[in-house]
Design a protein around this ligand. Structure first.
Ligand SMILES: Nc1ncnc2c1ncn2[C@@H]1O[C@H](COP(=O)(O)OP(=O)(O)OP(=O)(O)O)[C@@H](O)[C@H]1O
Ligand SMILES: [Mg+2]
Length: 312
């Protein structure tokens, strides 16, 4: 796959700041990838998004988007980009329609050229009744929807979204993710998005970059990160209390760790969970109803993120 984004030895120190907000990071993203940018508050996610879309100049190092420099924009790189910024950059004293018209003009299109697409987007994001309202009278979630529509008046090749689902209701979130899914499937759009909602990242991003204090501490498929921090576990619920010695013996033969969650539930962690569970079932075979349930689950990305950022 060709490269969509390449950053090399990238540093950003804001004027007067004591330290670097982006501190020597290098990474490449392939075209069509969907990348979740994670990190605690202040880690540098928004700064990186601003560097990628060229609104902020790097202190040193390079940013390449489809081979061009988005800050100088000498090769018109910005035309391939769309951004939903974390904080709202629209004109709060203008109507929604005028705000969208400005975005259209910014993209070098006439209203006539863009109207069909805008109508579809307005419909999709349920903004029909808001078009003539002044932006500051909208609710937070409605403002977010306007921003999303503004960013999409032209289909981008690279779409940067800085906490796009903040303030959106469940329907709005679903519409956004459906739209992003279609952009990827039909147009091979590269997505880079930040979110503090790990479920969202887990469901929609194949690759995860974790930032901490301006540095990349992980750049991997999210499955690798969750596997690194515990992999799979099983919770077994018994109908009645079970003697710990019998369980420990079975656990010992399969090399899994056993933890009592309460009187009738145990959690088992280790590589050979299937072996453990199958021995357990054989052991209790004659006692109908003795095991109430067995549930396997993966360590969530949220749990892995907390362990990773607290440790690193
Ligand atoms: N314009 C600015 N001038 C000076 N320092 C800034 C500026 N913008 C951000 N910073 C600093 O840079 C660091 C990274 O900020 P950034 O907004 O990129 O974090 P973030 O990861 O997006 O956090 P959040 O999850 O809260 O959105 C922080 O320490 C912040 O104080
Ligand atoms: Mg931010």
């Amino acid at each position: 796959m060709p490269e969509a984004v390449a950053v090399s030895q990238l540093v950003k120190r804001y004027r007067g700041a004591a330290g670097n907000s982006i501190d020597d990071i290098s990474a490449t993203l392939e075209e069509g990838q969907s990348v979740g940018l994670l990190g605690p508050n202040g880690a540098g996610k928004t700064t990186l998004v601003k560097l990628l879309c060229g609104v902020t100049r790097p202190t040193s190092g390079t940013v390449r988007v489809f081979g061009g420099d988005p800050f100088t924009d000498a090769s018109g790189t910005k035309r391939s980009l769309a951004v939903v910024h974390q904080s709202s950059p629209m004109d709060m004293m203008l109507s929604v329609r005028d705000n969208i018209k400005i975005a259209v003009a910014f993209r070098g299109l006439t209203w006539r050229q863009a109207r069909g697409r805008v109508t579809e987007l307005v419909d999709e994001f349920n903004l029909g009744s808001c078009m003539d309202k002044v932006a500051f009278t909208l609710s937070g979630g409605q403002q977010r929807r306007v921003q999303i529509v503004r960013s999409l008046v032209v289909a981008p090749r690279l779409f940067l979204l800085d906490e796009p689902s903040i303030g959106l209701d469940p329907t709005g979130r679903r519409r956004l993710w459906d739209h992003l899914g279609r952009l990827r499937a039909e147009h091979g759009v590269t997505l880079v998005l930040t979110s503090h909602n790990m479920d969202e990242i887990e469901q929609n991003c194949s690759q995860v970059i974790v930032l901490k204090e301006g540095r990349i501490i992980r750049n991997a498929p999210h499955g690798d990160i969750t596997a690194e921090f515990g992999g799979t576990s099983a919770v077994v619920t018994f109908a009645e209390e079970v003697g710990p010695d019998e369980l420990r013996e079975i656990a010992g033969t399969h090399g899994v760790a056993l933890k009592s969650l309460d009187r009738i539930r145990i959690e088992v962690i280790g590589d050979d969970l299937e072996g453990f569970v199958s021995t357990l079932l054989k052991y209790w075979a004659g006692r109908a109803g003795a095991i109430r349930s067995i549930a396997f689950s993966c360590v969530s990305l949220e749990e892995a993120f907390i362990r990773l950022t607290e440790r690193a």
